[in-house]
Design a protein around this ligand. Structure first.
Ligand code: CS2
Length: 490
């Protein structure tokens, strides 16, 4: 029988960077593939340059499977890089505690409060920040948030749990950093705002509020690496390459980027020696990434799924999708961004095209299309508002929303296809309720646009909402390529 990955079985030359010490100076929430192929790798590489107490105590939100698999492998797993040059596997060994948050919230709170902890990193996805789609502030209508505001000592929501950890930590008062690694604009500031609002509403003491204000930092960061879900071939590839069984491998592209604000209240690993960029222009990098990469990614995923494309690479092979993205980038996104100093846009765009063409990576349209009601809020409304304020209709942003509607809340009689059907969408039920009985595509779209899924200030522009309704109608009657060419020509 083939041996399993573990401390005794690491083949020589495959360890990425260095293993971590037992001290878990980092607590991490969200043990999904992205964290394991991104910040964990930077930490392993940094440890090879400079030692420090930077083991990671990782908490999975719900998934027992990844925790069980990693525990059986001494906390280790491999990252499988996939590109046109082939496959390469490396082993990461930085996790020094593993738990499932939903099964053991007390352990999470205790880890955050532990004096040895210095940084809490978060990959909880856009959904984890519990913000209202209409206003961007804490959504107290979410049942878990409402519960936690009333009973902050027994939290269930991400925000309630972190707030509780900070409240307990406030008693010993050691400085701390909360580092969001999610695709949110101004993710550090956004995290601070939502936590402070929660603490205020749930009756936190002045001591706790002043601890968070004075001793906890919330640096902004831009994170970037395309990391698909693990599939059976990931496990098979790692077995071929390492000659070991690994039940928790992560597939990823070669490219990786991390830009951070250097504002750590209690120290940090020397991530810059691992290739991270410490910059005072993080927010500009975030906007470049959220709009040029993530915004375009959503458009590629929804149009692609509507045309029966399973993967991003397949969708990117379609001329009409490339053309739509090109116009989205130049007409709708770039005018909304102040670029970082000396930023090479042409080089960035060429690299994006290359990354999206990565067929061996097998990144799925379904994955990028997942959680659209929350992800799109970070990608579309702001640039759309900027265009509308200048008297321009951002047609490709309207198309992005129209294609999302057709995928996850299809008008009566329209079948968006299996890849759209497979998109996980937290608002699916609410969308279905709101569109019940709407017979035409336009009516369907109108109901959604009036249904509180987008900021009030955006849906106040009839030139934008009417355009979305028209494009939904065109997708249903003539197909996604026809709608794209209409939007491009406008
Ligand atoms: C993608 C991102 O799923 C999505 O919404 O746009 O996960 C994207 O792959 C990463 O942000 C790349 O860094």
């Amino acid at each position: 029988m083939m041996r399993r990955l573990g401390r005794e079985n690491i083949p020589s030359g495959v360890l990425i960077g260095a293993g971590a010490p037992e001290d878990a100076g980092i607590v991490h929430l969200g043990l999904g593939n992205f964290h394991r192929a991104h910040a964990a790798v930077y930490t392993a590489l940094a440890l090879a340059h400079q030692e420090g107490p930077w083991g990671i105590h990782g908490f999975a939100n719900r998934s027992r499977a990844v925790v069980d698999a990693m525990r059986a492998q001494d906390g280790m797993y491999s990252v499988l890089e996939l590109s046109e040059h082939g496959r390469k596997a490396g082993v990461v060994d930085v996790h020094r505690g593993l738990d499932v948050l939903s099964q053991n919230p007390e352990a999470f709170i205790a880890s955050v409060a532990h004096p040895g902890a210095r940084i809490l990193t978060l990959t909880v996805s856009e959904v984890g920040y519990c913000r209202s789609s209409r206003t961007g502030t804490l959504d107290v209508d979410l049942p878990d948030v409402a519960h936690d505001v009333a009973d902050p000592h027994h939290p269930r929501s991400t925000v309630g749990l972190i707030a509780r950890g900070l409240a307990v930590r406030a008693a010993q008062g050691e400085p701390f950093t909360v580092l969001s690694c999610d695709n949110l604009s101004s993710n550090g500031a956004a995290t601070r705002t939502v936590l402070t609002e929660f603490l205020g509403r749930s009756g936190a003491s002045d001591d706790v509020l002043s601890y968070v204000r004075e001793k906890v930092s919330f640096p902004n960061s831009m994170v970037d690496r395309i990391v698909p879900a693990t599939v059976p071939s990931t496990i098979a590839d790692v077995r071929d390459l390492l000659g070991l069984v690994d039940d928790a491998p992560v597939p990823a592209e070669e490219f990786s980027m991390w830009v951070l604000e250097d504002d750590f209240a209690a120290g940090r690993p020397s991530w810059e020696q691992a290739g991270a960029i410490l910059s005072d222009e993080v927010e500009a990098y975030e906007l470049v990434k959220l709009r040029l990469l993530n915004g375009s990614h959503s458009l590629i995923a929804y149009l692609g799924a509507l045309c029966g494309e399973e993967t991003i690479a397949g969708a990117w092979g379609r001329g009409f999708i490339r053309e739509a993205v090109d116009v989205a980038v130049h007409a709708d996104y770039l005018p909304s961004i102040g670029l970082p100093r000396g930023f090479d846009v042409a080089g960035y765009l060429a690299r994006l095209s290359h990354r999206w063409s990565n067929a061996p990576l097998g990144h799925k349209t379904q994955q990028v299309g997942t959680d659209g009601s929350v992800k799109l809020l970070q990608r579309v409304p702001e640039p759309a508002l900027l265009a509308l304020a200048e008297g321009r209709v951002p047609h490709l942003l309207a198309l992005t929303i129209a294609a999302w509607i057709c995928c996850v809340a299809p008008p009566a009689g329209f079948a968006p296809g299996p890849f759209a059907d497979a998109m996980r969408e937290p608002a699916r039920e609410r969308l279905a309720e709101i569109t019940e009985g709407k017979t035409s595509p336009r009516e369907n779209a109108r109901a959604i646009l009036a249904g509180g899924f987008f900021p009030d200030e955006l849906v106040r522009f009839p030139e934008f909402t009417t355009r979305i309704e028209e494009l939904v109608d065109t997708i249903v009657r003539h197909g996604a390529p026809a709608a794209a060419s209409d939007a491009v020509a406008a």
